[in-house]
Design a protein around this ligand. Structure first.
Ligand code: CP
Length: 302
């Protein structure tokens, strides 16, 4: 059976747990290449990113290489996309070229709808519009699990442009599965409507002292038709300043998927604050994607 990694919602909680455990294993053994560097030998993955990326594209590439696979990086701007080739035909081309899996990022929320059924190789969602970013969700869960030992009952504030965030999309799917509470903060116009009991809207300053983690999100200007952002005013109202961090529990952690805009949603000095796990998230991105790539081609967790 072909394994596609498109949305955390299609996974049973136990299966996500297995991926987290496997990613944690890779985090422990990344400095022991003799244990891991052969697992995907002779496999070739294609990275197809129709939107910019630093962390996701490079960590999928590093993850593949750590496991002994090779990677082809497709750049739409220098490709036959410029001659009018469709996404489907480009994917079909890579399937014909014999790659073992395709990692795809695209601006369209619904890019994967019905797509996977037309391919005989794994498709991996590296971020689909405002829909989901499941490998980011996995690395966020790994980071929380490493910090707190478990996920059930964790209280997480998410602050920023949640309506346009696929990162928040995957986090909310995971929160329901793992019994976490989510508090949505930020400008009312950027918050989604929600009817689910585990997701509540909250005032940022009121909720910060009681949460286990805060996930800061940037304003996704590329997904707004017209939005003029006054960075300074935004920072004052919704930015994570050192003053706000000081109201948090000492064991609470700061998360951000990146890229971050220092001085807007997060203060410069908070990015590398002792409670920040932002760079840990990036490291965990490699380990989580190693688990995903291995799962996709083997179809089983080892
Ligand atoms: N977090 C994240 O998706 O970052 P990139 O856009 O750099 O991949």
């Amino acid at each position: 059976m072909i394994k596609h990694f498109l949305s955390l919602s299609s996974f049973a909680t136990n299966d996500i747990q297995s991926l987290i455990d496997r990613a944690h294993f890779f985090s422990l053994h990344s400095k022991q290449p003799d244990k891991i560097n052969h697992l995907l030998k002779n496999k070739i993955f294609a990275n197809l990113f129709y939107e910019p990326s630093t962390r996701t594209r490079c960590s999928f590439e590093i993850a593949a290489k750590r496991l002994g696979a090779e990677v082809v990086n497709f750049v739409p701007e220098n490709s036959s996309v410029k001659k009018g080739e469709t996404l489907y035909d480009t994917l079909k081309t890579f399937e014909s070229l014999g790659v073992d899996g395709i990692v795809l990022r695209h601006a369209d929320d619904r890019v994967f709808d019905g797509l996977h059924a037309r391919f005989n190789l794994p498709l991996l969602n590296a971020g689909a519009g405002k829909f989901e970013h499941p490998s980011q969700g996995l690395l966020d869960l790994l980071t929380l699990k490493q910090e707190f030992g478990g996920l059930n009952g964790l209280k997480i504030a998410v602050c920023g442009d949640i309506k346009h965030s696929r990162v928040a999309g995957s986090l909310m799917v995971a929160a329901e599965k793992f019994g976490m509470e989510i508090y949505l903060c930020g400008p009312e116009s950027l918050l989604p409507t929600t009817t689910q009991a585990f997701i509540k809207k909250a005032h940022f300053d009121d909720i910060l002292p009681s949460v286990d983690a805060v996930m800061m999100l940037r304003i996704q200007l590329e997904r707004h038709e017209s939005l003029e952002l006054d960075g300074e005013a935004y920072h004052k109202q919704f930015g994570l300043s050192e003053k706000r961090v000081n109201t948090m529990k000492k064991e609470a952690i700061i998360l951000h998927p990146g890229p971050f805009n220092r001085g807007v949603e997060i203060a410069d000095e908070v990015v590398e604050h002792k409670q920040s796990r932002i760079f840990k998230q990036m490291s965990n991105g490699v380990f989580s994607r190693m688990a995903v790539l291995e799962w996709a081609v083997s179809g089983e967790h080892k």
